[in-house]
Every structure is written in structure tokens, then in C-alpha cells.
Design a protein around this ligand. Structure first.
Ligand code: EPZ
Length: 417
């Protein structure tokens, strides 16, 4: 396994280009199963989860290619089974359920296990698909789904605005007979990007980005060309990096409009941000002051920015609280940050951060994707050397992170563990 070494201190200066969004590319790749014909995707980030998704598409009967950041996929002869060996490495594989039911009227998808940050059930996905006529049986760790008469449009209200549940239902409803209405739907920009991709293939979706999405089912969807949106969480991560080191970053291809809640909080702490026609300029504007954050479904503060933002709060004078309302166990980075000298108290799903204490480099361990990103940022701010092990977590969501950070002055490199 690899480890990442970060030599702290020193300003970050220069330009960082944001890659395509992992959480848009993953559902869009599963939606390729719906197309009769070849799909061409641009701006696809080279990440572990993308390679895993392409492997899954091949197992399900697609011919795929991945050259640079360009992907092609052609669903030539689909088969209905997504095996456990693959699904257990990437929960987002469950997003093939809707497309397989829509195309083949059957699906056998391994039940995705939990992961470090929580149980992550898929009950809302199944409940919505059942309202569209699917029948499910859970046996030997697999979801066995059928819909003999084909999927029918339905009026579905989610108990919770689930991102994956909204995406699975959007894909299923696109080829269902009749109209579907999804209420209390997720409003995340990546859900909107999926809907726009489906419409590019000939789907009839309106309301994406709001909590009520309407889908008029069509008979078939065709291949198309589409560019995946830039990654707002990657962009937000680099904004936090700019905030905790002196210097100024220009973040190129930054989906700034999708980061209102994050930029609002960064400004509140004393970070300066300015949108220019070349990208978003970010730098610390005097001493940072503490603030309070609660993670919410979009357009609230994103849970995927919680760990990274906690490091900015560690560097601020005064205290601040972070309440994690989306996942039940998303504070594994706290103990690792404490090893670097951070003063953070946990009480249930709220972390009290007492900022203003210097951080000192130490060996730490990544536990999940965004926790590993927060450790990289902390390493940049800490005095001395930080060694981050198990960085395969990081490689799931950040394309070329050490090259991008070295390019703006960070001292960061990868070593074999
Ligand atoms: C997506 O996960 C993202 N992953 C996550 O990003 C992100 O944190 C999450 O949305 C919230 O924004 C991808 O897009 C691949 P949810 P997803 O369904 O779809 C509960 C990252 O770091 N729930 O909105 O799994 C669930 O347990 C990853 O890039 C049910 O109870 O998120 C959780 O507490 C991590 N039943 C909450 O809802 C269900 O059927 C949010 O889940 C579905 C979800």
C-alpha cells in the first residue's frame, strides 16, 4: 500500500484545475446501461471508483474504453448480475439497479455493505422502485429484482432526500411507462448533471435541482456525447487548503455557484474569495475566526466538506461546532487530527473544535475518502512531516492530488508503505 508524505508550512501559490466530478460521473456511467448506442463522456476523472465502475459495466455486458479523461461505453448485450466481489469495493454500484430493471426487467445486485461512515442502507431505493412495479427478494446477500410487466410511472415521495435513491429512480423512470413524480428529491448538482445527461440521451425530465422532479417515460434512449460537471467537493477541498496556508490559489473550472454554503462559511471565518473569468481566487484575509456548521442536504453545507472544513476551524482562533446530520459515523478523522495536536471534543454527532493551536506533523491513518483529504490539508498546515497511510481511500476521489498540490508549492510525495 502507498503512503503520502506531507512536509508542512510554506504558502500555496498558483493555479489548480478541478477535475470532473466523481459523484456525477458514477451515476452517469451507470446510466450508460440505458442507452441503445454508444455514449461518449468527457472530463471523466481518473479515479479508482471510475475504473471500478467501468469494470462493472464490462461485467454487465458493455464495451467500454477510457483514454485520458474520455470514456466511451456501448451497452451491446446486457446481463443482469452485479457480483458481490465488485459491489463490496464500491457502494455506488447499487446505481445499476434502476437501469437493469428498466432495460432487462430483472436485476441481481449484491447488497452493498455498510462502510466506514455509516450503515448506508438502500431501503429508499427499493421502496421507490417497488412503487414502480418492481418486486424484490433479498437472498444470500443479493437484491433479486424483477418487474415482469415493465416499470410503470409512479408518484414517489422520499422519506429523506437521498442522492443515490433519487438517481436510481430517475434512471428507472426515464424508461418507465407513463409519468413519474419524485417528491422530496435530492437537489445535489450531481443529481442535476445526471438528469441533464439522461435528457441528452432523449429522456424527458424537468425540475432537476429542485425537490420535485417530473419524468415522462420514453420507449428508448440513444447514445450521446456529454461532458461531466467539475467536482465541487474537490474545489471546496482546495479552497480549504488555500485558507489554512498563506498564499493565494486560483481554482480553475470551479463550479462556484454550487458551493454557496461553503464559500459563505469560509467568508464568515475571514477567507477572501473572488470569482474571476479565469477561476476563483482564494486566500486567507487576516486571522481566521471560528464559526459553527451543520451539514445538510443540498443547498445546505455538504457533508462531503465536513472533514476538510474541520481543519480550517482548527486553524481559527476561538471555538466552533460541527454538527454532522447526514451520516452517523463521519468523525473518524477527529482522532487522527488530534494526533497532530488538534483540540476537538466529540459529543454524539457534534464536534466542538477549539482552534488556534499549532499542528505538528505525525504519522496518521486515512479511514475514508474525505477524512484522508482532511489529513492532507492538516499536513500542509502542520509544522514538520506528516505521513498518511492507507491513502487508497484518497485515490477514490482526488485525481493527481499530489501533482496538483506540488504544482502550487506544497512539499508532498508518495512512498511505498
Ligand atoms: C452520495 O451518497 C455520495 N456518493 C456521498 O459522497 C455523499 O456523502 C452523499 O450522497 C450525501 O451527499 C455518491 O454520490 C457516489 P444518500 P449516497 O443516499 O447516495 C441514508 C463521497 O465522499 N439513506 O443521500 O449513499 C443514508 O444512510 C461520498 O464522495 C437511507 O437511510 O447518500 C445516509 O445517512 C460519501 N436509506 C443518508 O441517507 C436509503 O435508501 C444520505 O444518503 C438511502 C440513504
Amino acid at each position: 500500500m502507498d503512503k503520502l508524505i506531507v512536509q508542512g508550512g510554506g504558502p500555496l501559490e498558483g493555479r489548480i484545475r478541478v477535475s470532473g466530478a466523481k459523484n456525477a460521473a458514477l451515476p452517469i456511467l451507470m446510466a450508460c446501461l440505458l442507452a441503445e448506442g454508444k455514449v461518449e463522456l468527457g472530463n471523466v476523472p481518473r479515479l479508482r471508483d471510475i475504473h471500478t465502475s467501468l469494470k462493472l459495466l464490462e461485467i454487465l455486458g458493455c464495451k467500454t474504453s477510457f483514454d485520458g479523461n474520455d470514456v466511451t461505453s456501448d451497452a451491446v448485450a446486457l446481463v443482469p448480475e452485479a457480483p458481490y466481489e465488485l459491489v463490496k469495493t464500491m457502494r455506488a454500484s447499487v446505481l445499476c439497479l434502476g437501469p437493469l430493471l428498466a432495460r432487462l426487467r430483472e436485476a441481481r445486485v449484491a447488497l452493498p455493505g455498510g462502510c466506514a461512515i455509516g450503515a448506508r442502507p438502500v431501503d429508499l431505493h427499493l421502496k421507490g422502485l417497488e412503487k414502480m412495479g418492481a418486486k424484490f427478494e433479498l437472498a444470500e446477500g443479493y437484491i433479486n429484482g424483477t418487474c415482469n410487466g415493465g416499470l410503470k410511472g409512479a408518484h414517489i415521495t422520499f422519506d429523506f432526500p437521498t442522492v443515490g435513491g433519487t438517481e436510481n429512480l430517475l434512471m428507472a423512470a426515464s424508461l418507465a411507462e407513463g409519468e413519474s413524480i419524485l417528491e422530496n428529491a435530492a437537489r445535489e448538482p450531481e443529481v442535476e448533471d445526471l438528469a441533464n445527461f439522461l435528457n441528452a440521451m432523449g429522456a424527458k425530465i424537468t425540475g432537476q435541482g429542485t425537490s420535485v422532479i417530473r419524468v415522462e417515460g420514453v420507449k428508448s434512449l440513444k447514445g450521446c456525447s456529454y461532458r461531466v460537471m467539475p467536482d465541487r467537493i474537490e474545489a471546496g477541498t482546495y479552497m480549504c487548503a488555500a485558507a489554512i496556508t498563506d498564499g493565494e490559489l486560483l481554482i480553475e473550472d470551479c463550479p462556484y455557484q454550487e458551493l454557496d454554503a461553503v464559500s459563505y462559511k469560509l467568508r464568515e471565518m475571514g477567507v477572501w474569495l473572488e470569482e474571476t473569468d479565469e477561476g476563483v481566487l482564494v486566500r486567507r484575509d487576516g486571522p481566521l475566526v471560528g464559526t459553527d456548521v451543520t451539514t445538510q442536504p443540498h443547498p445546505g453545507f455538504p457533508t462531503d466538506m465536513q472533514a476538510q472544513f474541520m481543519v480550517v476551524m482548527c486553524m481559527a482562533s476561538g471555538a466552533g461546532t460541527i454538527e454532522e446530520k447526514i451520516f452517523e459515523n463521519r468523525f473518524m478523522h477527529v482522532q487522527e487530527l488530534a494526533r497532530l495536536g488538534a483540540d476537538i471534543r466529540l459529543k454524539g454527532r457534534t464536534a466542538m473544535v477549539r482552534g488556534g493551536k499549532p499542528l505538528f506533523g505525525a504519522p496518521v491513518m486515512a479511514s475514508d475518502l474525505r477524512a484522508s483529504a482532511s489529513l492532507v490539508i492538516a499536513g500542509l498546515a502542520a509544522e514538520g512531516k506528516t505521513e498518511i497511510s492507507r491513502i487508497y481511500h484518497l485515490d477514490r476521489g482526488y485525481e493527481n492530488i499530489e501533482a496538483k498540490l506540488s504544482g502550487v508549492g506544497a512539499t508532498i510525495w508518495r512512498e511505498k508503505e
